[in-house]
Design a protein around this ligand. Structure first.
Ligand code: GUN
Ligand code: FE
Length: 462
């Protein structure tokens, strides 16, 4: 109480406006102090940089958790393409796109994701809708219309009408997003060839040119070397290229603003090429395990100076949480380490919890080429943040406390129950046990965002 009064006097003395957390969401201006409600006194609360999901398929969200025991190429045909196809709408996005895209934004925000690099589908209206919703709701995002013009791998009922359409439809989405957010303050377009097997050499080259024709060049995202059969397929389809990475390099798609998802089976030569071009890697450990794709040896990438961030890869990945992805990055890394120790040829140091959190924030910021703007709390950066509450130690709670340890809504139960953990231990327990219940509030560019919000169709003008 005493602290509240002292704070009020201080704030009023400065002539600042005071608002309560949530009272005027999204419109907090400069010189405003936000009083945070919902943080426990005596608890363990802290600000953390917002998470950056460098690879997520917004359109696949309804499939999260559905993959059976399939692997990549069958999974795409059985589950993924049919789901994406259902976003079709020539003039207008179908109603389900509103539901799904609102939910994706809500769920990722609820897990503390303040920036996401989204794949949408091949459909222009639904892709534009995703960009609009991100912009209106305040989530920082890169939004890409998926290109697939090569009928050898695309299903009959889901592909671009022609190579020409891949490029013109991509251009339409770029123009739409540039009009929506002329300075790219929140939402930016990203050129998105799905992956080499769904694209002709010609279209890959034209998309590379298209990205390069802007100043600064546009971001690019795609998949690379996720699965062994995929690598074999690329060898067959692109006989003239020496390797999978070479296909992208030959077509101008390996740039400092390119996000390569997975990169599980890259050869040392391909890693050297990725490094030479300063292309970035989205590590998607939950997806790689779920689809049995393999384990990406992230330590090697880091040792070689390749920039790495984390991606949920929903719905190859089963969870929209980057915290879960960080946990899986640690687990996979431990397994890789145990294998390499067995061979006694190379030591392989597993990722620490702190390193996984680094990949989730600053690493992700480097991947989207915004290292000086997001991913940390350095002076001059945007305030993209999440407020984490780990719960109150038992001794600070009395019988008439507003919250009890097992109220089920405030914390994940076991963190610092007795109040004797140091911060290293608290953070470790957050990474291993935490979830969206620990995320009390989220800000992007200093604006407080509503996590539970839904923009109905009538409020969105396309
Ligand atoms: N490769 C090509 N398309 C996809 C996709 O949608 N998800 C994953 N995980 N890999 C892909
Ligand atoms: Fe993916």
């Amino acid at each position: 109480k005493g602290q509240d009064e002292a704070l009020s006097a201080f704030v009023q003395g400065k002539g600042w406006t005071v608002v309560e957390n949530g009272s005027d969401e999204g419109s907090v201006q400069k010189d405003t102090v936000i009083i945070l409600k919902g943080c426990r006194k005596g608890g363990n609360s802290f600000f953390f940089p917002g998470f950056i999901d460098t690879h997520i398929h917004a359109s696949q969200y309804p499939n999260a958790g559905i993959f059976g025991s399939s692997t990549l190429l069958e999974w795409l045909k059985k589950y993924t393409f049919p789901m994406e196809r259902s976003f079709e709408g020539k003039e207008k996005a179908p109603p389900q796109a509103y539901t799904v895209y609102n939910k994706v934004i809500s769920r990722t925000l609820s897990h503390g994701t303040t920036t996401a690099s989204y794949f949408a589908t091949i459909h222009v209206p639904a892709t534009n809708l995703l960009a609009t919703l991100c912009h209106r709701r305040g989530q920082r995002a890169f939004v890409g219309r998926v290109c697939m013009d090569n009928l050898v791998f695309c299903p009959e009922d889901y592909h671009d009408a022609s190579g020409e359409e891949s490029v013109t439809a991509t251009q339409e989405v770029i123009d739409y997003i540039h009009k929506l957010d002329p300075q790219g303050k929140l939402v930016a377009p990203i050129v998105t060839p799905r992956f080499a097997p769904t694209c002709s050499h010609k279209v890959l080259g034209e998309l590379g040119q298209l990205a390069k024709s802007y100043n600064p060049p546009l971001h690019i995202q795609t998949h690379i070397s996720e699965n062994k059969n995929e690598v074999i397929l690329v060898k067959e389809l692109f006989e003239e290229s020496e390797s999978y990475a070479q296909v992208y390099d030959d077509t101008g798609l390996l740039t400092p603003r390119t996000i390569l998802a997975h990169a599980v089976h890259l050869t040392p030569e391909e890693r050297a090429l990725v490094k030479a071009r300063d292309a970035k890697v989205a590590h998607c450990p939950a997806s790689n395990s779920a689809l049995g794709s393999g384990h990406c040896e992230v330590r090697k990438f880091l040792d070689e100076g390749i920039t790495v961030g984390l991606g949920t890869d929903v719905s190859g990945g089963y969870s929209p949480s980057i915290l879960e992805t960080a946990r899986q990055a640690c687990l996979v890394s431990r397994l890789v380490s145990s294998q390499s120790a067995a061979s006694e040829t190379t030591g392989y140091e597993s990722l620490s919890v702190e390193e996984a959190l680094y990949l989730a924030t600053r690493g992700g910021a480097q991947v989207v080429d915004m290292a000086d703007q997001i991913g940390g709390f350095d002076k001059g950066m945007y305030f993209d943040a999440q407020l984490i509450d780990l719960g109150a130690p038992v001794e600070t709670l009395s019988e008439d406390s507003e919250v009890s340890l097992d109220d089920g809504q405030g914390d994940t139960g076991n963190i610092d129950v007795f109040g004797w953990e140091n911060w290293e231990e608290k953070i470790a327990k957050w990474v291993w046990n935490g979830d969206d219940r620990n995320v009390k509030a989220v800000w992007v560019s200093g604006s407080f965002l509503s996590i539970i919000s839904y923009l109905p169709m009538s409020l969105v003008s396309e």
